[in-house]
Design a protein. Structure first.
Length: 94
């Protein structure tokens, strides 16, 4: 897939989120500055992950799909936001 250079950072920071029931959504990888230092998290909508504590987050590269388990660690239903932390590499698919 050819990506417009102006949008490459968005493309590479976008994540596909798959829930245990098979439903899917998207999120964006950002650097979160918290009390314990900085870490990379995926920001998504709370309604996407509603009812789940773990989901699969997929990084789509030009060559492959990298799947990682992610934990839901913060949810704000009033603003429809959720934060996920990728914590293990499950598998890699072509």
């Amino acid at each position: 897939m050819k990506v417009n250079p102006r949008f490459e950072s968005i493309w590479y920071n976008t994540r596909r989120i798959e829930m245990p029931d098979g439903s899917v959504g998207t999120g964006v990888l950002v650097c979160y500055e918290g009390g314990n230092g900085s870490r990379l998290v995926v920001v998504t909508n709370a309604h996407v992950i509603d009812g789940f504590t773990e989901v699969v987050v997929q990084e789509l590269t030009r060559e492959k799909v990298i799947s990682r388990t992610a934990e839901v660690f913060a949810v704000d239903y009033a603003h429809d936001l959720a934060l996920l932390e990728e914590f293990s590499n499950e598998d890699e698919e072509s």
